[in-house]
Write a protein that binds this ligand. Structure first.
Ligand SMILES: [Mg+2]
Length: 336
């Protein structure tokens, strides 16, 4: 059966059953004109939204409905994490071709509800409609204690710049997928990193509690996102390419693709790691504490410098390296 046969009302009922019971703080969930939510006293609400469009942000040829559903929420979770907040409620808007099989919608919601459950997010509403290609837009509402809110704009000259996890796996995975030749099994970790990213939600909350000065999630690539952070803070940044945490698999994939590993790590997007600035006297202390609490390593990659120095990437010899920036909608297209 496809959506034409099922009809919208039955589809919504089906989705509602799949999402299940109302969660904590949900006074009214799916089924009325709007959701009614009970915010925690004294907290700020955080709201973010992100849209994935078939053919632009993903290809149906390699992304399963489950992965698309997972990733659509993951990218929003990453934005709430970057503010130091905890995600709470999601609204899901879904545009679908009429010929879409109903099972694909079920699978998409399986991916969505799997990551929602993992982060204790409740889906409280949304919209469905006909669209020429699969389009998935999620609005995510989170909360943060006012004193824990972390912005992009707080970096100070002399701070250390650090990132959680590792860089380049998602871009390498995407490049392998786009190359399209069948040896996907060999690269499954990289492909997994691209199709099913793990947002750093707990890590963001711990870093906020420790008191990092500024934070942003890496969605558009280190070069672009560091530029956002530095501009917002009115500072410059210097990153040492030899310090970037690039996994061995990324280096191998880069060799197979004829690319340089650091280029995947710097210009490739969608790692969904956190980039943050912290006082230098708390390195390595806060990084050790983060790993102890979350199991996630973070790596110092550079320092915050005077605004006049802009954003610089230097090699092991200290020479400045120039290259294209990461992904920007409406300007250049990197791989997607
Ligand atoms: Mg972001």
């Amino acid at each position: 059966m496809n959506l034409e046969d099922l009809g919208e009302r039955a589809l919504i009922e089906r989705i509602r059953r799949q999402i299940g019971e109302h969660g904590e703080g949900v006074v009214i969930g799916i089924g009325d004109d709007a959701a009614a939510l009970s915010p925690s006293p004294g907290r700020l609400l955080l709201a973010t939204t992100d849209m994935l469009v078939e053919g632009v942000d993903f290809q149906r040829s390699y992304a399963s409905p489950r992965q698309i559903g997972w990733k659509a929420l993951a990218v929003n979770l990453s934005d709430i994490a970057a503010m130091g907040g905890l995600p709470r409620y999601a609204l899901v808007s879904l545009g679908l071709p009429e010929t879409t099989p109903v099972e694909e919608v079920d699978e998409l919601y399986e991916g969505l509800t799997a990551i929602a459950k993992a982060h204790r997010v409740h889906i409280v509403g949304g919209d469905t409609g006909v669209a020429p290609v699969l389009t998935l837009s999620i609005t995510l509402i989170g909360e943060v204690e006012p004193g824990r809110l972390v912005r992009r704009s707080g970096a100070r000259v002399g701070d250390v710049l650090a990132v959680t996890g590792s860089l380049g796996a998602s871009a390498a995975g995407l490049a392998i997928l786009n190359r399209g030749k069948g040896d996907f099994d060999e690269w499954k970790e990289l492909i997994h990193a691209h199709l099913r990213p793990s947002p750093r939600v707990i890590e963001g909350a711990v870093l906020a509690r420790l008191g990092v000065h500024a934070m942003i999630d890496l969605s558009d690539g280190l070069a672009t996102d560091l530029d956002h952070l530095c501009r917002a803070s009115g500072v410059g940044g210097r990153v040492c390419l030899s310090q970037l945490p690039i996994p061995e698999g990324v280096a191998r994939a880069a060799a197979a693709l004829g690319a340089e590993p650091w280029r995947l790590a710097v210009s490739g997007g969608e790692d969904f790691e956190l980039l943050f600035a912290l006082p230098s006297h708390h390195v390595p202390g806060w990084l050790v504490e983060l790993e102890r609490e979350t199991g996630t390593k973070a790596t110092a990659i550079g320092e915050v410098v005077d605004a006049g120095m802009r954003v610089q990437f230097v090699n092991a010899q200290g020479e400045s390296v120039v290259f294209g920036r990461g992904f920007e909608h409406f300007s250049q297209r990197v791989g997607h």
